[in-house]
Structure formats: structure tokens, C-alpha cells
Design a protein around this ligand. Structure first.
Ligand code: G6P
Length: 472
């Protein structure tokens, strides 16, 4: 029976070492939920890094055994590999370049070599598991070389690839010394998926300009195969958020928060700590709002949840300091005995507390400088059962292509952002409802399950067409 193998840098389970031994924590990420319906079925499998360095073979075996029961196979990475492949090439070369932060990108040959080696390591891990009939679905920028490595070993395999971050203009791609290898790596897949048509167009243009390959109607002709390229905007598990927001636990949290906040109105922002998310710019825009409309002082608080991430990468550590400093300065400048302008949390929260915040917040600020999709915007919408609330969304998040009923802003335009916050705070309830209900219908329908289905069906169809053409 053919199986489906999912491959991503991180597994949907995180293994942690505690005083009581190893603990296995399910990841709450959108990808894990969406693909849960696939990898948990039958003999299907998810292959990836379990998030810790193993100390000895005994520990390695223990992790393998535990994960096998849950349809997962670990790829163990060493500290050097995490430094050079993960913090290095993935997050100091590819991440900044693909998000238009070229000035942060480093170009280190040793990082590149580690990237090649780790992609090869993943390839061996997949080959050890994959049968000739199996479908392999590779995810994200950490594994751009993997499709081609697999193709060389298994010319007939069915391979899909999905990029979860933006694909930038080819002008940025061409800066990378290893651009040809990276593009060829992706082209090992039969189907390549992006969140938006814009990213897909950039990819097609990079392939034509940098590799000289003909591309038409989402089809690229390589010397021996054709590769299909398409847009699949990723969704969320809508019901999970809608239900969690009205669960007893979330309602209790919300009641507590309301009591503590008294009548203060709430603007909410939730992100992983990342310079692509526009967190510092958002704080400056909130400052501008309070200057321009002093009547909001004492009336509105910004609840800002920042989830720790990649803190070994220098830019992330520097950003953390910048945010700490800005929040401190603004709070010191504006606060009163009874009012906190900014309530800043540096941690992650469980689902019920998160949805309680979504449900409570009158305004959500999702203002990244660049973002492949941004699922926080969709989670906010799903949590708004009473249809009261306003989403302010950056035009440079993939989600803006679908969520046109949000207040769409340019995140570098402080003035526009401050005005959008003011407009959101005074927006009549009827207008809030109209906008939210349109977006809810969309987010509910194009959810993570339909996303998975669409991609898998398209992959099967692409493969079938290749076979038909080959036998004609
Ligand atoms: C983004 C990437 C994912 C990544 C996630 C968390 O959403 O597209 O591939 O897993 O960030 O980042 P981390 O570096 O902690 O895996």
C-alpha cells in the first residue's frame, strides 16, 4: 500500500530534556494540525528534527521508539549542524534574503556546506523509509535541495514541495552565490506550491532568467521532466479556534482579563520574535496614535505577545533588546497609576489563553514587513464568534491577498498605521460585522484541511499526467 511521507525541518513533536527525563510535547503549529490528518493515517510518516541534541545511542533509540508509535521518524542534528545549517544558512542567509532583508544576510561557504550536508542527511533518512510507490511531500526553505537529491536517487518518485515563506523577486535571488543549486534543488519536485500567485510568478521568473528554462502557464520544462507550479494559500483549523474561543476555560480567562483591564479597550499583537514581523515599527505607530489622539491615553492598551525564537541568531537578540527598550520607554512616558499603555509578554501561551485574548481584543494588529502567509490573522478571525473586532493587516503578508475586508496598510507608513488604529477603534459595529463575516466565510471554507487536500490531489494529478504523456 503506497504511503505518504511528510518531511520538514521540525517534527510536529518537540522532545525536551527535563529533570524527570525526556518529555514529548505536541507542537501547536498550523502545519502539524493540517497534516495530522495525513501522517497519522496507516503507515504514513513524518520525518524531521525532534528539537534536541541527543547525548548517547540509548537516548537516540528511546526517542526513535517513542516517535515511531506516533508515525514520526527523527533526523538527529548535531550542535555544529544546528549552528551552520539552521542558524547559519537557513536563518542567516535564506530567511533574510527571502523576506527582502538582504542587508542582514551572510554568505558563508561553511554554512552552505552544512546546508548541503544536512539536506543529504534528510535525503538518506527519507530513502531509508520510502518505497518506490510512496508520495513524498517536502516542506520549506530549510530543505530546498532535498527534492532534487531525492529525484537523483529515485527518478520515478512522486515528490511535492511547498514553500511556507515568500519567494522574492529574482533580483534578490540572484544575489545568492548558490542561486543555481537552490533553484535546481526545488525543481526536483513534480509539484511546487506557494502561498500566493505573486510568489509563484517570482519563482517562474527566477527559473527563466537564472536557469534559462522555459516556463508557461505554471509549467516549467527541464531537459528531462516538466514541473508544475501553483498557488495554494494555506488555511487554519477554523473550528479549533472558533470552539476554543467559546470554551469554558477561555471564557474564564477572558473574564479575568476584563476585570483586570477594567474598561480599557484592547489592541492585540501576537508574533514570533522576528525582524520580519514589524514589531518595533508597530510600537512606534502606537506611540504616534497616542500623540495624535491624546483622548485614547488612559483608554486603550496594546497587549503585545512576543514568542521567543532563534535567539542564537544575532539579529534576533538585537531585536529583543530594541523591543525591551522601546516598551520600557513608552510605558515610562505614558503610564499612569491605573493604566498601562503596553502589556508586553515574552513567552508562548496555551490555546485557551490565546483565543481568550483574540476574543477580547477589539483590534488585531498584524503588520509584518514581509510574511509568507500569517496565520495569526486567520486565527483572530476564527475566534470572533460575535463578529465584533477589526483586523489591521499588512499588505505585505500573504494573507492580505485573501483578507481584503481587513484594514489593509503599508507597515512602514507610521501615519497610515496610526490612522488605521484610530479608525478601527471608532468603527461602527455594523461595519465590523460586515467585514468579519465576509472573512469568516472565506477562512472557514479554505481551511488547512482543504489546503492539504488540494495540494495532494494536484500532486497526484500532475504525476498521472506525466505518466500519460510518457506512454503516449
Ligand atoms: C516559519 C517557518 C517554519 C518554521 C517556523 C518556526 O513559520 O516557515 O518553517 O518552522 O517559522 O521557526 P523555527 O526556526 O523555530 O522552526
Amino acid at each position: 500500500m503506497p504511503r505518504t511521507l511528510i518531511v520538514s525541518n521540525r517534527l510536529p513533536t518537540k522532545v525536551l530534556r527535563t529533570d524527570d527525563g525526556l518529555t514529548f510535547q505536541p507542537s501547536e503549529g498550523g502545519l502539524a494540525t493540517g497534516l495530522g490528518s495525513i501522517y497519522r493515517q496507516g503507515d504514513n510518516l513524518w520525518i524531521g528534527w525532534p528539537g534536541l541534541f541527543v547525548q548517547d545511542e540509548g537516548e537516540e533509540q528511546h526517542i526513535k521508539d517513542e516517535l515511531r508509535d506516533d508515525n514520526m521518524a527523527p533526523v538527529f542534528l548535531t550542535e555544529d549542524e544546528i549552528r551552520d545549517f539552521y542558524e547559519g544558512f537557513s536563518n542567516s542567509t535564506l530567511w533574510p534574503t527571502f523576506h527582502y532583508f538582504s542587508e542582514f544576510a551572510t554568505y558563508e561557504q561553511t554554512h552552505w556546506e552544512a546546508y548541503v550536508a544536512v539536506n543529504q542527511k534528510f535525503c538518506q533518512a527519507v530513502l531509508a523509509q520510502a518505497g518506490p510507490e510512496d508520495t513524498i511531500w517536502v516542506h520549506d526553505y530549510q530543505l530546498l535541495l532535498l527534492p532534487e537529491l531525492l529525484r537523483q536517487a529515485r527518478p520515478e518518485a512522486t515528490i511535492g514541495f511547498f514553500l511556507h515563506i515568500p519567494f522574492p523577486s529574482q533580483e534578490l535571488i540572484r544575489v545568492l552565490p548558490w542561486r543555481t543549486e537552490l533553484l535546481r534543488g526545488m525543481l526536483g519536485a513534480d509539484l511546487i506550491g506557494f502561498h500566493t500567485f505573486g510568489y509563484m510568478r517570482h519563482f517562474l521568473s527566477a527559473v527563466t532568467h537564472l536557469l534559462g528554462l522555459p516556463a508557461q502557464n505554471g509549467q516549467i520544462e527541464t531537459p528531462n521532466r516538466s514541473v508544475r507550479v501553483d498557488a495554494f494559500p494555506m488555511g487554519i483549523d477554523y473550528e479549533r479556534y472558533a470552539q476554543a474561543a467559546v470554551s469554558k476555560e477561555a471564557q474564564q480567562h477572558e473574564a479575568e482579563y476584563r476585570e483586570a483591564l477594567r474598561d480599557t479597550r484592547v489592541i492585540l499583537s501576537i508574533d514570533r520574535l522576528d525582524y520580519t514581523k514589524g514589531i518595533a515599527q508597530r510600537l512606534r505607530a502606537f506611540d504616534l496614535l497616542l500623540q495624535r489622539y491624546p483622548e485614547w491615553q488612559g483608554q486603550v492598551s496594546l497587549i503585545m505577545l512576543v514568542v521567543p525564537s532563534r535567539d542564537q541568531v544575532p539579529q534576533y537578540a538585537a531585536l529583543k533588546e530594541e523591543i525591551d527598550e522601546l516598551v520600557g520607554r513608552l510605558n515610562a512616558q505614558y503610564r499612569t497609576i491605573s493604566w498601562n499603555p503596553i502589556l508586553y509578554f515574552y513567552r508562548s501561551l496555551p490555546l485557551e489563553e490565546l483565543t481568550a485574548l483574540y476574543h477580547l481584543a477589539e483590534v488585531a494588529l498584524v503588520t509584518p514587513m514581509r510574511d509568507g502567509m500569517n496565520l495569526v490573522a486567520k486565527e483572530y478571525i476564527a475566534s470572533k464568534g460575535d463578529q465584533r473586532g477589526v483586523l489591521i493587516l499588512s499588505e505585505r503578508a500573504g494573507a492580505a491577498r485573501e483578507l481584503s475586508d481587513a484594514l489593509i496598510i503599508n507597515p512602514t507608513d507610521m501615519s497610515q498605521l496610526a490612522e488605521a488604529m484610530h479608525d478601527a477603534l471608532v468603527m461602527p459595529e455594523e461595519e465590523q460585522q460586515t467585514r468579519l463575516s465576509a472573512m469568516q466565510a472565506l477562512v472557514k471554507r479554505y481551511n488547512v484541511f482543504s489546503w492539504t487536500r488540494l495540494f495532494m490531489n494536484q500532486l497526484a494529478y500532475t504525476k498521472m499526467k506525466q505518466h500519460t504523456l510518457a506512454t503516449e
